[in-house]
Each structure stands twice: as structure tokens, then as C-alpha cells.
Design a binder for this molecule. Structure first.
Ligand code: SAM
Ligand code: DTB
Ligand code: SF4
Length: 315
């Protein structure tokens, strides 16, 4: 099992990786990690919800769907100045990338121009930019690229087989089409998924297989642990087992040796030791800052202490 893993890795081979003894899997992932990255450097992005709630989609995990009953302050698209101020504060706190999320099925052109202005302004602060705005056509992606957008986040979320139990309002192929449009416009891709929605290991492996079968590997791969939100259909989902979560990170590291693998949402509910294992397994990116989109993140103070304990530094 020491041959390199290519992007055409089959489901069977991915499942074999998942089934390795934990220490062997982590050792291999750590070896791969060290061949491509400084193992103690963690890429830090900060999230901001620039338009919150009232989303017509029905993603079962999400607080922002109009179909669910989460407690949420619905807000229209934020003014440019407020976005820039928040980005500046994030930069002071150590974030290199600023990610702006909007609860849209797809952006209206008028709104897209406003987001393009935000991208220009945040880039003007010397930060990398990422946005996640729902489905995108290629001409819309080009508008964002011309504004200087570095990354577009659009997740496959789960396997094609489990997807229908999570989302009904937009198909798997719609997501692949958006990823294609973003790629063709020359924007880097941030694409991953969520664990802990009731999916099986096979679904987790299939998600990674789908990511590996994209024409180019995503540069950034967020692995979220479901943040269970009261009022959503997944409020009471059984949390994913911690060791299984770390295994998924390790397999992602092996399949995508040169990508940033993000230990994304869900850190607030994770022990430090579990996060440390995830870093050992090859996670080298986090969301930094007290808030994700609509929920709390691990606090800045907690993260400072964790970085110090583990000898990590932001990159
Ligand atoms: N509306 C846009 C879209 O879905 O394309 C962008 C925002 S959406 C909130 C971005 C991603 O956040 C989702 O695809 C999902 O993977 C993740 N996410 C949303 N709610 C989550 C939750 N409760 N727990 C973990 N991840 C979540
Ligand atoms: C991603 O994969 N995770 C982020 C980001 N991309 C946009 C979102 C996490 C959201 C967590 C739940 C919330 O705060 O609403
Ligand atoms: Fe809307 Fe995005 Fe939430 Fe789905 S994940 S309901 S598209 S905001």
C-alpha cells in the first residue's frame, strides 16, 4: 500500500485507506503532509455572512433556509463599509483570507456587482478573497474573477447517493456545473462537505471520490462537522465519531497531497485533543474568529492557546 495515490483512485482503494489501522493511516497522511507543507503552518480564513437567511433552498443542515425554523436574524446584503471594517479586524487577528457567504440560490446581477465591489475592497487590504453565493454561471464567475476573486466556495456536501436525503431544491449536477463554471473562469475552487448528517463511511468515501474525479483537484477542501441547529431537520443528528472524522481528514490528505484540507465548521464542539489529531492527519486550515456564518466558532482566545500548545503558527 505504498504506491502514490492518483486522482483516479477508485472507491475500493479509498475504502481500503479508511480501513487501515489508525496509526498506519495517520503515519502515511503525516508523511504526505510533510512532503508538501510546513506541518506546523495553519492557513487561517475568517468568515462573514454578508446576507443572512430567507434562502429558498432546503439544505437540511442549514439555519438559513426559508423552509426551516431556526432562530435567526435575517439581514439583507451588508453595506460595503461594514464588510471592509470586518475584514480589516479579521486581518488584525491573523486571518489571511476573508470568506463572504450569502444565503442565495444564485446571485442577482445587481447583487453580484455589489459583491464584486466587496471583493475589490477586501483585496485592497492585502487579503485573499473567497465568496460563496450559491449557484453561479460562467459569466457571473468571470465578473468575480475580474474583481480579483481568489476562491469560490461551493461544496458537494456529501455523496451523490446520500445527497437526496439532505437537499431537494438543487441537484448534485447543479453543483458540479457551478464548480465547472468557476474553474473555467480561472478562479480557485474551495469544495468539500459535511460529516455527521447520518451518512455512512461509504458516503464519506464517495464524497472524496467525487472530489478526486473533478478535472482539477480543489485547492481548498473544507471538511465540516455538522453544527446541529435547532429548527433544522438535522437538529438531532448523531454526531460523527471523532476517530472517523480524523480518518476522513487523513484520507483527504492522501488523495489531495497539495491541497489545503480545512478542519472547518464544528470545532466549537471538539476537544483540543481531537483537533490536534486532525492536524496530525493533515488538516492545515481553519476558520479563525468567534463566528462562522450563523453560529459560534471556537473563540480566538481558545485558538491562540491551542496554537501555542501545539507549536502551530498561522500561514
Ligand atoms: N448559500 C450558499 C450555498 O450553499 O451555496 C453559500 C452558503 S452555505 C451556508 C456554505 C456551506 O456551509 C454549505 O454548503 C455547507 O457545506 C456548510 N454548512 C452550512 N450549514 C452548516 C452546518 N450547520 N454545519 C456544517 N456545515 C454547514
Ligand atoms: C464551508 O465549507 N463551511 C463554511 C463555509 N464553507 C461557508 C460555513 C459553515 C457554516 C456553519 C454553520 C453556520 O454558522 O451557519
Ligand atoms: Fe441556502 Fe446555502 Fe443554506 Fe443551502 S446552505 S439553505 S443554499 S444558505
Amino acid at each position: 500500500m505504498n504506491q502514490p495515490i492518483s486522482s483516479s483512485t477508485s472507491l475500493a482503494a479509498i475504502l481500503e485507506l479508511f480501513a487501515l489501522p489508525f496509526s498506519d493511516l495517520l503515519f502515511r497522511a503525516q508523511q504526505t503532509h510533510r512532503q508538501h507543507f510546513d506541518p506546523n503552518a495553519i492557513q487561517c480564513s475568517t468568515l462573514l455572512s454578508i446576507k443572512t437567511g430567507a434562502c429558498p433552498e432546503d439544505c437540511g443542515y442549514c439555519a438559513q433556509s426559508v423552509h426551516h425554523h431556526a432562530e435567526l436574524a435575517i439581514t439583507p446584503l451588508m453595506p460595503l463599509e461594514e464588510v471592509v471594517e470586518t475584514a480589516r479586524a479579521a486581518r488584525e487577528q491573523g486571518a489571511r483570507r476573508f470568506c463572504m457567504g450569502a444565503a442565495w440560490r444564485t446571485p442577482h446581477d445587481r447583487d453580484l456587482d455589489r459583491v464584486a465591489d466587496m471583493v475589490r475592497a477586501v483585496r485592497g487590504l492585502g487579503m485573499e478573497t473567497c465568496v460563496t453565493l450559491g449557484m453561479l454561471r460562467e459569466d457571473q464567475a468571470e465578473t468575480l474573477r475580474e474583481a480579483g476573486l481568489d476562491y469560490y466556495n461551493h461544496n458537494l456536501d456529501t455523496s451523490p447517493e446520500f445527497y437526496g436525503q439532505v437537499i431537494h431544491s438543487r441537484g448534485y449536477q447543479d453543483r458540479l456545473d457551478t464548480l465547472d463554471a468557476v474553474r473555467r473562469a480561472g478562479i480557485r475552487v474551495c469544495c468539500g462537505g459535511i460529516l455527521g448528517m447520518g451518512e455512512s463511511r461509504r458516503d464519506r468515501a464517495r464524497l472524496l471520490e467525487m472530489l478526486a474525479s473533478l478535472p482539477e483537484a480543489p485547492e481548498s477542501i473544507p471538511i465540516n462537522a455538522l453544527v446541529p441547529i435547532p429548527g433544522t431537520p438535522m437538529a438531532d443528528a448523531e454526531p460523527v465519531d471523532g476517530i472517523e472524522f480524523v480518518r476522513t481528514i487523513a484520507v483527504a490528505r492522501l488523495l489531495f497531497p497539495a491541497s489545503h484540507v480545512r478542519l472547518a465548521a464544528g470545532r466549537e464542539n471538539m476537544e483540543e485533543a481531537l483537533q490536534a489529531l486532525a492536524f496530525l492527519a493533515g488538516a492545515n486550515s481553519i476558520f479563525l474568529g468567534d463566528r462562522l456564518l450563523t453560529t459560534d466558532n471556537a473563540s480566538l482566545g481558545q485558538d491562540r492557546r491551542l496554537f501555542e500548545k501545539l507549536g502551530l503558527h498561522p500561514a
